[in-house]
Write a protein that binds this ligand. Sequence first.
Ligand SMILES: *[C@@H]1O[C@H](CO)[C@@H](O)[C@H](O)[C@H]1NC(C)=O
Ligand SMILES: *[C@@H]1O[C@H](CO)[C@@H](O)[C@H](O)[C@H]1NC(C)=O
Length: 161
Amino acid sequence: KTLKDENEALKKNLQTLKDENEALKKNLTGDTCPKCEEDWELHGGKCYYFSTRDSSWYQSRDDCRRGGGDLVKIDSREEQSFLELRVRQKMNKDDDSFWIGLTDSKEEGKWLWVDDSPLNTSLAFWSGTQPNNYPYVPEGEDCVMMEMKRGADDLKCWHDV
Ligand SMILES: *[C@@H]1O[C@H](CO)[C@@H](O)[C@H](O)[C@H]1NC(C)=O
Ligand SMILES: *[C@@H]1O[C@H](CO)[C@@H](O)[C@H](O)[C@H]1NC(C)=O
């Protein structure tokens, strides 16, 4: 083995280490997908689209999936805070509201996100006495929206509808 070969091998090792370091840095900063499509918003490494089209929960979900996503699943207080602020900015009328990816349509009172994971009750942001399954209609209420008509005390703005 010549000194030149050894030198080449060392250089290769160094480059590998540098690449690994870059990859780790990207993972740590959540910077693996720094770009979102036009009209989508990047937050915490995820892309969000806020649709102001009037539609049912199911229609909204279909639209989301056609766009390569799904109705939003909220994984942290920080994410709820971001969404609460953004939808509030997008609301024009008191009764404007935005669907989120939470439903108890499979079993009454058992709230599941669209990926079938259960709602973590310490990360639930029900407004006031919600969910109330509105007792005056036989079919009750199975889907969840963010609504600010009565404000959002401590980020709590979820209503079953
Ligand atoms: C970065 O994260 C991805 C996905 O979680 C993982 O597959 C990959 O091995 C990670 N890279 C490093 C260098 O830790
Ligand atoms: C529920 O959320 C809390 C607060 O973020 C967290 O500490 C806890 O680990 C979560 N529980 C489950 C089962 O994910």
